[in-house]
Ligand binder design. Structure first.
Ligand SMILES: Nc1ncnc2c1ncn2[C@@H]1O[C@H](COP(=O)(O)OP(=O)(O)OP(=O)(O)O)[C@@H](O)[C@H]1O
Length: 288
């Protein structure tokens, strides 16, 4: 995983549109009533990003229904982080738009960011603060009332089982604890949309179940969650919707049942993404 390159801009790109139409995407829409416009929590249209010669994202379009638990899956280097970074205002797209509850992330960033809580992957935290200070800082940065912040910080630290380490520096946290404190910072302002890049990576099973419980409750009360993950089983069990991304494009998107089409999500993922196992080579590894 790489950190988003904030310096990269469209200036260095050839003046051409991404190859969206050249690579039609299989987007299912059966969950929507025909003729009825469903509100999207996140609407991504034709997002594209190139790093030098590398096309990381090649015209990704997605509609994330409000109130959905939306998984984004794909092999390493598929373009998940780059897409989510562009959709949340962390990385400027070369082409395309992202709307959060109808607000353009790049045209009206302050408004859009109020609606979102983001757990980015690979972006550094202010880790010389204690866990408690970091979450407090996130709340104050959002312009929240100091007393409200104080009480929410206490509740979040308790919910994520971080009370005992509230006074320790984040730099000394384990990887899983760091995820949990970053997630607390993303939740403090009660956003309508949560975008979480690999939230369960490095998190122990008990904490993962705990986080899932918190997220399920959030979705049940009308919030929308987008998670990227490599764990197909988890996505199949946890998410209502899923997008399969590979090579910077969406291969399939829709409700989990529509996308898996009678198979497991993992089987469908392997079918869509292809690949297969390389069996030749590495003989030296079997010679002892
Ligand atoms: N800042 C960058 N500079 C150059 N190339 C980049 C940069 N960020 C991403 N890439 C490239 O873009 C492609 C997509 O990367 P991205 O991190 O979005 O994939 P991903 O789907 O999140 O992967 P993973 O599942 O391994 O985390 C990769 O080929 C990666 O090497």
């Amino acid at each position: 995983m790489r950190e988003p390159d904030h310096e990269n801009s469209s200036q260095s790109l050839p003046a051409q549109e991404p190859s969206v139409t050249a690579h039609p995407q299989e987007v299912f829409g059966a969950t929507q009533t025909p003729g009825v416009q469903q509100p999207s929590a996140l609407s991504i249209r034709g997002l594209a990003k190139r790093f030098g010669d590398k096309i990381a994202v090649d015209g990704v379009s997605l509609e994330v229904p409000a109130g959905s638990f939306y998984g984004m899956v794909g092999p390493n280097g598929a373009g998940k982080t780059t897409t989510l970074s562009m959709a949340t205002g962390l990385l400027r797209p070369d082409f395309g738009t992202a709307l959060v509850h109808g607000v353009d992330v790049w045209a009206r960033p302050l408004e859009a960011k109020k609606l979102m809580g983001v757990l980015p992957d690979g972006v550094r935290l202010f880790d010389r603060l204690t866990g408690e200070q970091l979450v407090t800082y996130a709340g104050l940065l959002r312009g929240m009332d100091r007393d409200v912040v104080k009480s929410r910080v206490g509740e979040l630290l308790a919910a994520f089982d971080l009370q005992a380490d509230a006074g320790s520096l984040v730099v000394d946290y384990s990887a899983g604890m760091t995820k949990k404190i970053a997630l607390s910072s993303a939740l403090i302002h009660a956003p309508r949309l949560l975008v979480l890049d690999e939230p369960f990576e490095s998190v122990d099973p008990v904490s993962a179940a705990n986080i899932r419980g918190i997220l399920d409750g959030y979705v049940a009360s009308g919030g929308t969650v987008i998670v990227s993950s490599h764990v197909m089983d988890l996505v199949q069990r946890m998410c209502s919707h899923v997008a399969v991304v590979a090579g910077g494009r969406v291969l399939a998107a829709g409700s989990v049942d529509e996308v898996r089409a009678g198979s497991t999500l993992e089987e469908r993922f392997v079918q869509l993404v292809g690949g297969g196992h390389r069996t030749e080579g590495l003989e030296w590894l079997r010679t002892f």
